[in-house]
Structures are given as structure tokens and as C-alpha cells.
Design a protein around this ligand. Structure first.
Ligand SMILES: *[C@@H]1O[C@H](CO)[C@@H](O)[C@H](O)[C@H]1NC(C)=O
Length: 439
């Protein structure tokens, strides 16, 4: 009880200290975010040169614009310094603090556009040309370590460096690995700035799927007319209520299957604006292993034994199969991969592969018996299957064997003695010897 009270006390004082710290240094609660500004220069003759990168600094605050410090402005390594008002504080995500590596941030100019999609045409109502005539930016922040990503569209009055976040899309599942048959959450949340005239006139959400250059639309939803123009594929689910209430555009795959591996793009539209995050999903199912025969016959030395190992039900198809041998001394050594077959694919997209090993028991290292293991290394995990091997007549005699041998020797000796006493005339040998001596 006392321990708990003390802990509570410390926790509370820490929270108090932290909150007063945040209050006192509110503008510093989010450290400056370093960002690469991608500058698309148009070279002479109208050809587009590859974008050059300029180091820039974003001062992010939830409370409004703060003038950059003189120190930052004087830092020659930053060619651009911006002040960003981000009321939802999405650009400065909590998990990023104290992360070992800095998140990767890219900033570029954004061109507001009419949506080319017919179903999103309704979003173009009530456009505001004055509002649109400004400097627009797009920032993409990726923290792959924390699997967190943010993409924001920001507006600045022409020629100023005060950016206002208008639309933000975030995901806390940038990289997802799942086993087969499990439900998968592809997290996507969006936030719109209600102070912007582009908000309140509706939004639209699209999910796209991409794999090796092929892509397709998984879902398209117009939030203004509450219409689905591309219904969710079978086995996928989106909570439309949560989408309207909290901006939760997450897609749920009810049962992960092999063909779900790929890139998922969550795109959120406001009239003229688009922000998106890309989530990478890998379905990784480790193999099931079985060894045939499942128990090896007791073997005489010199015999060749053939053992099979079958790895099945795995995905993706990259697999490392190997055989290992463990002798009575406990030492392990590799016997190599054996003879591998090609991959076979099952109806559910999973793969199987076999390997065959020929064990020559005359090998002195195998002669003492031991344990044979088939090892499968896979991105979904390592699996092993073992079988024991016993070889007869090769092993050095045990104490019991030695005792038995002594016993047998004694019995034999006694038997020979008995035979010689019974069947050989007792005098003759003595007589012959005497004869020889006399000669
Ligand atoms: C978003 O919705 C999904 C279900 O569609 C749910 O599993 C998830 O927890 C929700 N996320 C948040 C942050 O509310």
C-alpha cells in the first residue's frame, strides 16, 4: 500500500513538473522539425531538372505562430525556416520524442487542384479562389522506427513563412506484418482545420492497393453525399460512423491472406486538396515442418539412410532449409541444405518445399548416433523438426557390456577345462612330456 502511495506521489509530481514545463516553454514542447525542402527547378529550355534539396526547419506549435528564434534564423545550415500552426499537433507526434533516429521529413510545394474523379466532383462546390491563391505546401513525415507517418497540406499567405495546417492524414501502422488468418488494422486518421473555408464542404476517402506496379481501387467514399462509389472488397471493413465522427478512415482486413501483401494508400480529399499515407503490409507465415520417416530405424554402420523434410504452408516464398547434426557430445554441425526441390504453391497462395538428405552412417561422426534436425529460417520465424538416429555395433562397449564379456570368458574357460578333463586321458600328456624330456 505504502509503495503505491509513494509511486502515485512521484508520478503526480512528475506530471505536475512536466505540465508546468510545457506551460512555461509551450512553444518548445515540440522541437524544431528538420525537413528537406524539395525544390523543383525549371532549367533553361523548359526542361525539369531533378529536384534539389534544401535543408529547412519547421517550428511547430499547436497554439499558433511563433516567430522563429534569432538563433535558428542565424543558423546557416537552414536555408528556410517556417513557423507552422498545427492545432491538432499531428506533425509533432508524441512517439517521436526520444526516438533514436530523427524522422524523415520532406517538404514541397503543393498545387491545389480540381479533383479529376467524377465521384468527388461534388467536393468542388463552394470554391474560394481568394483563399486558394496562396502558397501551398505539403509535408510528409515518416518515422519508420515508430511506424508512424504524417502527411499534411499547409497554406501560407503569399510570400510569408507562416504555414497553417489545413489537412493532415496520419497512420501509426506504416509497416505491418501479420500471420495468415488474423485480422489486420491499417490505421489511417485524418484531421481537417475547421478554420479553413475548405472544411465543412465535405471530404472523400479512397483506399488504393498496389503490388509490383499493379494497382486497384479498394474503396471510394464520398463523405458529402454519404455515397460509396466503390464498395469495400469482400473481407475488408471501414467504420463509416467513426469516419464521420473522428476522422477514422482505418481499413480492417478481416482475415489476412497471402494475396493481401502489398502497399495500401489511404487518400483523403478536401475540395482541391489531397493528402495520403502509404502503408506496407507483409503477410508472413512461417512453415510447418515434418520429417519422414518420423522415427528412424536402428541402423547398422555403413548403411545409407534417406531422410526427407517437408516445409509447407509458408509465405512469402523465400526460405532457407538446412540440416543439422548433434552428436552425443552435444556439438552441433551443419550437414548443408540437402537436395532441395522447387517451390510448390497451394490454392491459398502458400508455398511448400522439400529437402532430402542421405546420411552415410559409416561417417565416424555419425556412427555414435545422435539427433538430426531440419531447420527452416523464414521471415515469419525459424522452425525446427528433429529425429533421433541410433546406430548399433559401432559404439565403444559400456561397463555392462564389459562385465558380460568377462562373464562369458569365464564360462568359456570353465567349459574348455571341463572338456579337457573329461575327454582327454589324464596320463597321456604327462607321459609324452616325459618322453620328450628323455630324448
Ligand atoms: C478506427 O477504427 C477501427 C475499426 O474500423 C478500430 O479498430 C480502431 O481502433 C479505430 N481507431 C481509433 C484511433 O479510434
Amino acid at each position: 500500500m505504502r509503495g503505491t502511495t509513494t509511486t502515485n506521489f512521484w508520478t503526480m509530481s512528475t506530471v505536475f513538473l512536466l505540465s508546468s514545463f510545457v506551460h512555461a516553454f509551450g512553444s518548445h514542447s515540440c522541437p524544431g522539425l528538420e525537413c528537406w525542402y524539395l525544390n523543383e527547378k525549371v532549367a533553361r529550355g523548359g526542361l525539369t531538372a531533378p529536384p534539389s534539396q534544401e535543408k529547412s526547419l519547421l517550428h511547430i506549435s499547436a497554439e499558433g505562430h511563433h516567430a522563429p528564434s534569432l538563433e535558428d534564423l542565424a543558423d546557416p545550415s537552414f536555408l528556410r525556416v517556417y513557423s507552422v500552426a498545427d492545432p491538432a499537433a499531428t506533425l509533432c507526434h508524441r512517439s517521436r520524442k526520444g526516438a533514436a533516429r530523427k524522422p524523415h521529413c520532406e517538404l514541397s510545394r503543393f498545387q491545389p487542384q480540381f479533383s479529376t474523379l467524377t465521384w468527388a466532383a461534388s467536393l468542388a462546390d463552394g470554391l474560394s479562389p481568394l483563399y486558394l491563391q496562396a502558397d501551398w505546401f505539403s509535408a510528409a513525415v515518416q518515422d519508420l522506427e515508430g511506424r508512424h507517418g504524417t502527411s499534411s497540406i499547409m497554406r501560407a499567405a503569399t510570400g510569408t513563412n507562416e504555414l497553417d495546417v489545413v489537412l493532415t492524414v496520419t497512420s501509426s501502422t506504416l509497416v505491418v506484418q501479420s500471420r495468415l488468418g488474423e485480422p489486420v488494422l491499417l490505421d489511417c486518421q485524418f484531421w481537417t482545420n475547421t478554420a479553413s473555408p475548405l472544411c465543412g464542404s465535405g471530404f472523400a476517402v479512397e483506399w488504393r492497393y498496389q503490388y509490383r506496379g499493379d494497382g486497384r481501387l479498394l474503396l471510394a467514399y464520398d463523405g458529402k453525399s454519404d455515397r460509396v462509389s466503390q464498395s469495400p472488397e469482400e473481407g475488408t471493413m471501414l467504420d463509416f460512423e467513426g469516419l464521420h465522427r473522428k476522422g477514422n478512415a482505418s481499413l480492417v482486413l478481416q482475415e489476412a491472406q497471402v494475396h493481401h501483401s502489398g502497399m495500401y494508400i489511404c487518400m483523403v480529399y478536401l475540395p482541391h486538396l489531397l493528402a495520403q499515407v502509404t502503408i506496407q503490409l507483409e503477410i508472413a507465415e512461417p512453415p510447418s515442418l515434418s520429417i519422414h520417416p518420423s522415427s528412424l530405424p536402428v541402423t547398422a554402420p555403413g548403411q545409407i539412410l534417406t531422410v526427407h523434410c517437408e516445409a509447407s504452408g509458408f509465405a512469402p516464398h523465400s526460405l532457407e532449409l538446412n540440416w543439422q547434426w548433434k552428436g552425443p557430445d552435444g556439438k552441433t554441425r551443419s550437414l548443408g541444405p540437402g537436395r532441395l526441390t522447387g517451390h510448390r504453391q497451394a490454392w491459398d497462395g502458400t508455398y511448400s518445399q522439400d529437402t532430402r538428405l542421405e546420411l552415410d552412417t559409416s561417417d565416424p561422426e555419425l556412427g555414435g548416433g545422435g539427433e538430426l534436425t531440419c531447420v527452416a529460417e523464414h521471415s515469419g520465424g525459424t522452425r525446427r523438426a528433429s529425429v533421433a538416429l541410433r546406430v548399433i555395433g559401432f559404439s565403444t562397449p559400456s561397463i555392462e557390456d564389459s562385465m558380460a564379456m568377462v562373464g562369458v570368458a569365464l564360462v568359456l574357460y570353465g567349459f574348455i577345462k571341463f572338456v579337457s578333463w573329461t575327454f582327454l586321458p589324464s596320463g597321456s600328456t604327462d607321459a609324452e612330456e616325459t618322453d620328450k624330456k628323455e630324448k
